[in-house]
Design a protein around this ligand. Structure first.
Ligand code: SAH
Length: 235
């Protein structure tokens, strides 16, 4: 049966590009997202009782990847990017219905000029991601602490962040305009955003937009070195 569904919310996220978004929720707790309720769902009645819960499930679309289709097998980064497994054995973003699922912590609900929203922590969603359903996380049933995690048993190892003198000043300026930016940057870099198949060290400068800033870093001797943070011109 074919069904047609509309987004119940749109996620406003510090992640403005797919690059450097962590591979799962809660790996970057400092990434706070705002789920702005849409259309008929922009009504506080739909949120009544929600705040009794600590965490939520989000069902969303990998909307930036939908046009590229999908394949029955994929090569997960956790297997080094060379071994193929079935798409249903992975959390790959290219999948038959293009749907994502993330468990996130509930921070609170609020409204601004008639726009009702839910704030959540530790998101792994791109800015603008359409959300198709929101459900409370129910620990007694949803948590399976003894279950095997297959080839993704442990979170990936975290990298440390160092800062050049220029990076230090730039980070301080960003922090003044966007409180929490340094914590977010260090947690994002700890995940080693470089693509699994192409991890260059040395003078190569990597960059990614977080909030309204372009964070720039190099990788030297297995450590991240922030070299600059530049405000992005708003378009
Ligand atoms: N927790 C989810 C997502 C896992 S994949 C699940 O298991 O279904 C996480 C990746 O999704 C991130 O690295 C990011 O690059 C990608 N992503 C997040 N939002 C996206 C979007 N709207 N469109 C395409 N890719 C997205």
């Amino acid at each position: 049966m074919k069904i047609e569904i509309e987004p119940v919310a749109i996620c406003r996220s510090p992640y403005k590009q797919k690059f450097a978004i962590p591979r799962q929720p809660r790996l970057v707790p400092a990434a706070v997202g705002r789920l702005e309720l849409q259309g008929e769902c922009n009504n506080p009645d739909l949120l009544r009782g929600l705040e009794q819960f600590d965490a939520l499930w989000l069902i969303f679309a990998f909307h930036e990847n939908l046009a590229q289709g999908w394949k029955p097998t994929v090569r997960p980064p956790r297997l080094g990017g060379n071994t193929r497994v079935g798409v249903f054995a992975t959390r790959a973003t290219f999948r038959p219905n293009g749907l994502g699922l993330s468990a996130v912590k509930l921070k609170g609900v609020g409204q601004h000029k008639g726009q009702h929203y839910i704030e959540v922590e530790g998101i792994d969603l791109l800015d603008g991601t359409p959300i198709y359903d929101i459900k409370p996380y129910i620990p007694y049933s949803d948590a399976l602490p003894d279950a095997s995690g297959g080839f993704a048993q442990e979170p990936p190892p975290a990298m440390t962040m160092e800062v050049s003198p220029q990076g230090r000043e730039a980070l301080a300026r960003a922090e003044a305009l966007c409180p929490g930016f340094i914590e977010l940057a260090s947690q994002v870099l700890a995940q080693d955003p470089r693509p699994g198949y192409k991890r260059e060290e040395g003078e190569r400068v990597y960059g990614v937009q977080l909030h309204q800033f372009d964070l720039r870093w190099q990788v030297k001797e297995g450590r991240n070195l922030v070299v600059d943070v530049v405000a992005v011109e708003s378009s």
